[in-house]
Design a protein around this ligand. Structure first.
Ligand SMILES: [Zn+2]
Length: 289
């Protein structure tokens, strides 16, 4: 019987799968009817196969979950990459805009050829300097004291613009030089300054219109001082030491007239008319010239 058992057991997997031939199936069935041991063996085999299939299902399920998890992870990774790229691109754009504007707003001293300068002397001795740029905005204008190397002083006038400032605006600045009598010379420019005036040289007298402008300016300034004094005294008498005061309607009207006269006077000054480059003009072509 031992050989019969072996044969039956060899065929059992085929019968379980339903692929055994009819003869084999019959053989196994007949053997099982008379063999207790093989019936037990078959039951064990079926149980074990069921276990295997459950395990396989479990594995399939967990494989599915893992795959889904991996898919989600891949999507998240792609999303994260997109976010990082977007953030980096945005940062780069902002950086570029910042660098561009930082470059364009970097102050640079203008070279003498980039503007014209003219000195005018008022009858009362004050010296007025007029500067004109062609297509460059002036962001700063200052006068510094230099030594001439012989114990004398030189006034150095520097005009500052920005790198990106070009072609959109012409500008004129007018300043009163601090007592030109104290200087041996007046220079302008920064790296290679040009000499504007040296001691002993005559300064061109201001036009009658410029004299009129400074007279009008003096009147406005005198009016402001007088009004301020009156209001400060009034406030002090009331015990009110506030820092601001309001003009009376009469004062406001008078001040408006003075300011208007000043504006009108300024427009008439030939030294300040944009086409007039002045005696010390440098040969820079530009919309003003
Ligand atoms: Zn048997």
């Amino acid at each position: 019987m031992k050989n019969n058992c072996d044969m039956a057991r060899d065929l059992m997997p085929l019968t379980i799968d339903g692929v055994a031939s009819e003869a084999s199936q019959t053989y196994v069935n007949e053997h099982l009817e008379e063999c207790e041991a093989c019936r037990a063996y078959l039951a064990g085999m079926k149980a074990s196969l069921q276990m295997d299939s459950r395990q396989a299902a479990q594995e399939r399920r967990s494989f599915g979950e893992t795959a889904a998890r991996m898919r989600r992870r891949r999507v998240m990774r792609k999303l994260l990459t997109a976010v990082i790229i977007f953030a980096a691109a945005t940062a780069a754009l902002y950086m570029a805009v910042y660098m561009h504007s930082a470059y364009n707003t970097t102050p640079v001293a203008l070279a003498p050829g980039e503007y014209s300068v003219q000195l005018s002397q008022l009858k009362d001795g004050r010296v007025i300097m007029t500067t004109k740029t062609y297509g460059k905005r002036i962001v700063n204008l200052f006068v510094t004291d230099r030594s001439d190397g012989n114990g004398g002083r030189i006034a150095r006038v520097t005009l500052v613009s920005t790198r990106g400032s070009r072609g959109w605006m012409d500008e004129m600045r007018i300043i009163e030089l601090p007592s030109v009598q104290g200087y041996q010379a007046v220079e302008y420019g920064e790296d290679r300054p040009a000499t504007l005036w040296t001691r002993g040289e005559a300064i061109e007298p201001a036009s009658a219109e410029m004299e009129a402008y400074y007279k009008a300016l003096g009147e406005l300034e005198a009016f402001d001082r007088e009004v301020e004094k009156r209001h400060v005294i009034e406030m002090a008498e009331k015990g009110d030491y506030g820092e601001t005061y309001q003009l009376t309607p009469e004062e406001a009207a008078r001040r408006y007239d003075l300011a208007e006269a000043l504006r009108a006077a300024k427009d008439r000054v030939p030294e300040w008319i944009s086409g007039n480059k002045g005696r010390f003009a440098t040969p820079t072509p530009g919309p003003m010239g």
